[in-house]
Design a protein around this ligand. Structure first.
Ligand SMILES: *Cc1c(COP(=O)(O)O)cnc(C)c1O
Length: 357
C-alpha cells in the first residue's frame, strides 16, 4: 500500500534550529547568531507572553470566544467585514485555506521564481498545478505587471509577495491593480504581505475592499514575533468570504494563538521597536557588507556573495547562520535576517571575513 503519487511534492526544509547547529559544530548555542529564518530579533511582544500565561489554565476549552474576538479586532483594524478575516495556523495555513476555497483539481497557481516555497507546495497539496514567472536580478527581482503577465496563462491563483522573500522587492498598489485588471475574472491575485509591517507601502487590503479578485495574507510570525505559536490570516473579498466556513478546519487557530495575537495587536510599542531596529539593520547591511545587496522592504537583506554555499557554511563555522539561497535557485546569494545591533555588526564582520578568505 502507498500514499498517492507525491513525486512532484517538494519538502519544506526550514533553516536548521540553533540547538541542532550548535550540536553539529560542538559549540554552545548561546555563541551562535541565527539570521536564517527571518525571525523577530527582539522576541515576542511581552504583552503576548503575558496573555499566554494568563490563559494557560483555560486551554481545556475550544477557542470559540477568542477566535471571534480576534476576527472582530482584525476586521476593525482593516476596516473590513468580520467574515472577510480568515484566521489560520500561520500564513501558511491561510494559503491552504485559499487553495481549498479556490482550486479544483488540476487548476494552477502562478508563482514567482524564486519564491517562498509554501505557495507552490500548498497548491500541489490541494491537487493543483504550479506555473512560474521568472524574477531577474537586473531589475531588482521586480514583480512587474509585464513579468507576471508574460508568465500568466489563465491560472486560478496568481501569487505576489510584497515585500518578496527572499529578495526584498516590493510591488505597488497600482501594479497589483494592473495585474488584477489584466487577469481573467476567475483569477484571484493573492498578495502575501508577511513582511509588510517593515515596508513603507500601504497594504493591498485597500484593493480587497474595492474588488472581488484580490486577497491578502498576513502573519503574526515576523513583526509580532509569534512564529512559534503559528498564527496568520487571509483577508478575502466580501463577495465570497463565506467560503471560509465551508473549507475551514474546526478551530484552525488555537486558544493561546488567538489570545496572544489579540495582545500583540495592542502592543504598538513592540512593533515600533522592531521596525526601528530593522530599518537600522537593513541599512547597516547595505552600507557595510562587501557584497552587492538589494533594496529590501522586509526584515532581511539579500546579498550576492559568489559561492553562497561556501559563504553560508564558513559563516556558520564562525558562529553566524545565514540562509544559503541555493534552494531558492539563487546559488550566488545569501539572505541575512536583521538582527539586534550587536548581531548585525558581528554578522557583517564575519561575512566580510569569509568573503575575504
Ligand atoms: C514567513 C512567511 C510566511 C508566513 O509564515 P507563517 O509562519 O506560516 O505565518 C508567509 N509568506 C512568506 C513569504 C514568508 O516569508
Amino acid at each position: 500500500m502507498n500514499p498517492r503519487d507525491l513525486s512532484s511534492h517538494t519538502v519544506y526544509r526550514a533553516g536548521r534550529g540553533i540547538e541542532e547547529t550548535a550540536r553539529e559544530l560542538g559549540v554552545d548555542p548561546d555563541d551562535l547568531i541565527k539570521l536564517s529564518s527571518n525571525e523577530n530579533a527582539i522576541g515576542p511582544s511581552p504583552k503576548a507572553v503575558e496573555a499566554i500565561r494568563e490563559h494557560a489554565e483555560r486551554i481545556h476549552a475550544y477557542p470559540k470566544a477568542s477566535h471571534a474576538d480576534l476576527v472582530e479586532r482584525l476586521a476593525d483594524r482593516w476596516d473590513v467585514d468580520p467574515a472577510q478575516i480568515w484566521p489560520a495556523n500561520g500564513g501558511d495555513g491561510a494559503m491552504d485555506a485559499l487553495s481549498r476555497a479556490m482550486l479544483d483539481p488540476g487548476q494552477a497557481a502562478l508563482v514567482p521564481d524564486p519564491d517562498f516555497t509554501y505557495h507552490s507546495m500548498s497548491a500541489r497539496y490541494h491537487h493543483g498545478e504550479v506555473h512560474t514567472y521568472p524574477l531577474v536580478a537586473d531589475d531588482g527581482f521586480h514583480q512587474s505587471p509585464d513579468r507576471v503577465l508574460d508568465g500568466y496563462d489563465g491560472e486560478r491563483i496568481v501569487y505576489l509577495t510584497s515585500p518578496h522573500n527572499p529578495t526584498g522587492s516590493q510591488v505597488s498598489l497600482d501594479e497589483i491593480e494592473a495585474i488584477a485588471d489584466r487577469t481573467d475574472e476567475e483569477t484571484l491575485v493573492v498578495v502575501d504581505e508577511a513582511y509588510n509591517e517593515f515596508a513603507d507601502r500601504p497594504s493591498a487590503v485597500e484593493l480587497v475592499r474595492q474588488r472581488d479578485d484580490v486577497a491578502v495574507i498576513r502573519t503574526f510570525s515576523k513583526a509580532y514575533g509569534l512564529a512559534g505559536l503559528r498564527l496568520g490570516y487571509a483577508i478575502t473579498p466580501t463577495e465570497w468570504a463565506d467560503a471560509y466556513e465551508r473549507i475551514n478546519t474546526p478551530f484552525s487557530a488555537s486558544e493561546l494563538a488567538c489570545r496572544a495575537g489579540l495582545a500583540a495587536l495592542d502592543d504598538e510599542e513592540h512593533i515600533q521597536k522592531i521596525r526601528d531596529l530593522v530599518e537600522w539593520s537593513r541599512e547597516y547591511y547595505q552600507d557595510n557588507l562587501d557584497a552587492r545587496t538589494y533594496e529590501s522592504g522586509g526584515n532581511f537583506v539579500l546579498a550576492e556573495v559568489g559561492d553562497a554555499t561556501r559563504v553560508a557554511q564558513e559563516s556558520k563555522e564562525r558562529g553566524v547562520i545565514v540562509r544559503d539561497c541555493s534552494s531558492f535557485g539563487l546559488p550566488e546569494h545569501v539572505r541575512i535576517t536583521c538582527g539586534t545591533r550587536a548581531e548585525t555588526k558581528t554578522a557583517v564582520e564575519t561575512i566580510n571575513e569569509v568573503l575575504d578568505s
